[in-house]
Design a protein around this ligand. Sequence first.
Ligand code: FAD
Ligand code: DHB
Length: 389
Amino acid sequence: MRTQVCIIGGGPSGLLLSQLLHRQGIDSVVLERKTKDYVLSRIRAGVLESGLVDLMREAGVADRLDAEGYVHDGTVISTGDEEIRVDFRELTGRTVVVYGQTEVTRDLYAAREAAGGAILYEAEDVTIHDADGEAPYVTLRTPAGEVRIDCDFVAGCDGFHGVSRKAIPEEKRREFEKVYPFGWLGILSETPPVHDELIYATSDSGFALCSMRNAHLSRYYVQVPMEDRVENWSDDAFWDELRRRIPAPVAERLVTGPSIEKSIAPLRSFVCEPMRWGRLFLCGDAAHIVPPTGAKGLNTAASDVHYLYHALVRHYRDGDDAGIEGYSAQALLRVWKAERFSWWMTTLLHHFPGQSAFDRRMQQAELAFLRDDRAAQEAMARNYVGLPY
Ligand code: FAD
Ligand code: DHB
């Protein structure tokens, strides 16, 4: 089999890249280790920057997003019972859209299938060959047998545990990592959201987040110790803990119900440099991870896709390789800013095991500065709605 771009990973990065390239007449094959149903059962991010919304429109897959997504003009950061509202629209003229990653992925799969795009599911033993040469190829096993795909370029969109990053020789890459000593226990429940905007809550018992998918579907998270297990948390225990961490008036109007999904995600900051090796490009979680505070994971994957898409279009349309040569540096510049913002929000809002009274006062002083200083709010808002591509 031959294609122009072999895309490893059928998550949001891989599918969006494939669909954007298709619209420019560039051919790709997507390799996904799991089944489509499995990918669509994963509950992940929920907040889209306008850059990602624009990319979805450019990819021709934004009809449902435009009809069903919820535009949010701001967010609330609470500390104890105090609520600080950050007005994105007023501070930046921009907003974010609440629309689940699951729906983004669903819309992209539908578009790739409608266009007859090649997606090979249940791909095992995916191996990249000669990425630093002129003629790379990828081998794999599918339920139908062994496959070899010859291509011009390989896009590694296979997430943190994928094979693409490891295909760059160890001496050619450098990895930066910070693991946080806690995780997020998240639940999805068929209840109305407690507020019409997200609430990022810090309290003496730790962090909590009130989020949503739509008017009847809520997503809530509480910070839990790193070694905690989902089995330790009944729904009632979750709701009790959430109520403790959010402002009392908000807790009073919280509508609870059975969880329809419950999982724990670890918190990690991670960056691999560079993001290109020869004809192999890393995109999204394959190259970097952020802690979820600030909702930058999916959005940073989208900015990588934007840079890579334009680089490939320049290559094929104009015979100009400047975008390809510059991809890693350009993507990393924005990645590190998203890393900084996610680290800052995580550090500001979580309870760290062993943190001193001084450390807590520093968090409180930072929150007071954010409450009282317009420039501080503007800096937060500009990062939250997404830095320019
Ligand atoms: P992924 O979504 O990981 O997609 C990679 C795909 O590649 C997967 O479908 C995988 O099955 C496939 N794959 C892996 N290995 C191979 C292989 N060897 N061969 C072929 N295919 C392979 N971000 C937020 O902003 N907010 C959140 O609340 C949030 N929650 C998260 C919870 C969890 C548990 C995780 C893991 C991430 C979360 N994120 C969140 C981050 C966000 O979901 C990711 O940034 C986003 O999914 C990145 O998209 P991606 O396409 O780069 O990677
Ligand atoms: C959601 C997740 C986040 O990490 C975040 O910062 C905001 C919202 C969510 O799943 O809805």
